[in-house]
Design a protein around this ligand. Structure first.
Ligand code: SAM
Length: 598
């Protein structure tokens, strides 16, 4: 196989909104949606062939492969990733799953007794609370009066301005905190509709009872130690959050514990696996990381241990019931393919824990295609964030060989070199396992040209032809654009998918051309791209950056000097404005680029 016949049909921009039921069923950091992977599998493989992903994460490559009748060989260092992938791939009868889910919830409800009880204001009946809103409480440094953050928000939801007593200006980072305060309870009224009511003495009593419950010490928990990058990045010492169980309210900790116990008693291994998958899927929302907002809940930030000053304590059984429905919706799509009905997909999807630079489980030249999505430099610390879920699984990611650039602590020294070495040896392994003449697609996104240059050299040095056969822009929809304004901490919201070929022996002999890289004229590439922007093309700054990278790659230029921050600067100089909330470019004030950029 030299050039697949379907290559011309493979789109240059893959838009995969992250709203599909499979994607949303269980969160994992930086998932690539199944729908975005499928066109690649169809282009570069035939049914029955083997697809490998050695940064497998939550297993999306595996799911896309088995849906299309291919075999998947996944690996990662992430114990959580393997749990999620196996949960997705486990096929159960929807009826049995629903029935068993109801049973485990009813057992857990019985075991927690009246811990979730609240007294309904309208008729005094004892009902289960659906959620409680909690607020940080600060202490005024001047008069020591408590300031309950939620109670002093402006009508637009803005932070309090000053101490309500002595008018000392409020400063969130500098004021000390005392214990958080429950500020609002939501329960169902007699017609089943949700109603808000104030927190009563009865509610406070139930909260206290849960805090004193002896079972608190049995809640699965792991320490988040100081050597973890996310310990300092999330300010955990100051917040007093040093164990994963600290993120749960006393009531939710007990409810989760009893639900987990009931799930683990389920005899059928498939149903137990699927229920555990639904369980870990609710953990972020069942914790204090579930952010409150006046309009609608804001979800949990998966990439940090951040807790917002106003957060939810959401009834675990409500969350689990909704998740069971979400799993059923995801399964309906995942298992719609008739070919899967013959056997259980997990038979075609292998997932083992292994570092990408040591794929001992895969023979040389045994794989027909690689689709993989490595960690992007120092953006995300998977193993640190995995602890939150892994505390319940009893298995922890071995992070010794994690491909990530540390920016704090002792491991900061030589971190970039370690990351580069890991990527290099991983691509060398990819080269070894691939059959000659076959392809590897690599998803990558970073705002630093230095990291792009590193990836570019690593694939070339592994033996791949440095000129990709295809370069696609992967647009996963809106993401955080923190820092787009300053240009210094820029965040990319689109990734590239580079597809490279392992030369066949005859090609390898005359591969010299494809291996040579030249230093490109970065300023020219940027200026050209900005000049050529047409208003219907204008989306966000990351899109422009990705198109410049794509052009540079196609022109065989080195990427080291091509940074998103320079593109932002050029866009601003050309009169574009960047919406700090959405990252979208506005061309209204468009003017000619300044001469220095032309
Ligand atoms: C960008 S994520 C992949 C997400 C995946 N595409 C998905 O759909 O869920 C990168 C993955 O690389 C893994 N990883 C980091 N260092 C690794 C190593 N040395 N070997 C294997 N996997 C590693 C992380 O655990 C993480 O799951």
């Amino acid at each position: 196989m030299i050039v697949p016949s379907k290559l011309t049909e493979l789109p240059a921009i893959i838009t995969a909104p992250r709203t599909d039921p499979i994607y949303n069923c269980h969160s994992y950091l930086t998932k690539v949606p199944v729908a975005a992977i499928e066109p690649f599998i169809e282009t570069f493989t035939r049914p029955g062939e083997v697809v490998a992903d050695f940064f497998g994460g939550s297993g999306m490559t595996g799911l896309a492969s088995v849906r299309l009748g291919r075999k998947a060989k996944l690996s990662d260092i992430s114990a959580l990733g393997r749990h999620i992938a196996r949960g997705y791939a486990t096929r159960v009868s929807p009826e049995d799953f629903t029935e068993r889910a109801e049973e485990v919830v009813s057992q857990a409800r019985k075991a927690i007794g009246s811990l979730y009880a609240t007294r309904r204001v309208s008729d005094g009946a004892e009902v289960e609370m659906v959620r409680t809103v909690w607020s940080f409480t600060y202490l005024c440094p001047s008069c020591e009066a408590p300031l309950i953050y939620y109670r002093h928000l402006s009508s637009k939801g803005e932070a309090p301005k000053a101490c309500p007593g002595c008018k000392h200006p409020f400063a969130r980072r500098r004021w000390k905190r005392s214990a958080d305060t429950p500020v609002e309870v939501v329960a169902r009224n007699t017609e089943g509709r949700l109603t808000e009511q104030p927190v009563s003495g009865f509610d406070l009593h139930m909260i206290e009872e849960a805090a004193q419950d002896a079972r608190q010490s049995e809640v699965p928990s792991l320490p988040i130690t100081e050597d973890r990058e996310m310990f300092s990045r999330s300010g955990l010492r100051k917040a007093g959050l040093i164990r994963t169980s600290d993120f749960f309210s006393p009531r939710n900790a007990i409810a989760l514990l009893e639900l987990w116990r009931a799930i683990n008693k389920v005899g059928d291994p498939g149903l137990r696996q699927k229920l555990s998958f639904a369980f870990t899927a609710i953990l972020p929302r069942a914790s204090r990381r579930y952010q409150w907002s006046a309009q609608r809940p804001l979800n949990a930030q998966n990439q940090t241990y951040y807790i917002a000053p106003v957060y939810y304590e959401w009834n675990v059984f409500e969350l689990f019931g909704r998740k069971v429905d979400a799993v059923l919706r995801s399964d309906e799509i995942l298992f719609d393919n008739a070919s899967l009905l013959c056997g259980r997909p997990e038979g075609k999807l292998d997932y083992c824990l292994a570092s990408a630079n040591l794929l001992a489980h895969l023979d040389s030249e045994s794989v027909d295609y690689v689709f993989t999505d490595p960690p992007f430099g120092s953006n995300i610390f998977y193993s640190d964030m995995n602890l939150f879920h892994e505390a319940w699984l009893g298995e922890v990611t071995n992070y010794v060989s994690e491909a990530v650039v540390y920016t704090t602590g002792k491991r900061k020294n030589g971190a970039a070199e370690r990351y580069e070495a890991l990527l290099r040896s991983s691509f060398a392994e990819a080269f070894r396992i691939l059959k000659p003449g076959r392809y590897m697609s690599v998803v990558f996104g970073n705002s630093s040209g230095r990291i792009w240059g590193l990836v570019q050299r690593a694939v070339r040095d592994a033996g791949f032809k440095s000129a990709p056969v295809h370069v696609a822009i992967l647009d996963k929809g809106q993401r955080s654009v923190k820092g787009l304004n300053s240009g210094s901490e820029s965040v990319v919201t689109v990734d590239l998918i580079l597809t490279l070929q392992k030369p066949s022996p005859s090609q390898a002999e005359r591969a010299d051309d494809g291996h040579r890289l030249q230093s490109g004229d970065t300023q020219r590439l940027i200026a050209e791209a900005v000049r050529e922007l047409s208003s219907d093309e204008v989306r966000n700054a990351s899109h422009v950056y990705a198109s410049i990278l794509r052009r540079a790659i196609q022109e065989h230029c080195t990427l080291d000097e091509l940074h998103l921050s320079d593109v932002l600067l050029a866009l601003r100089r050309a009169g574009y404005t960047i919406n700090p909330k959405t990252g979208l470019l506005s061309a209204e004030k468009h003017k000619e680029p300044q001469t220095e950029l032309a």
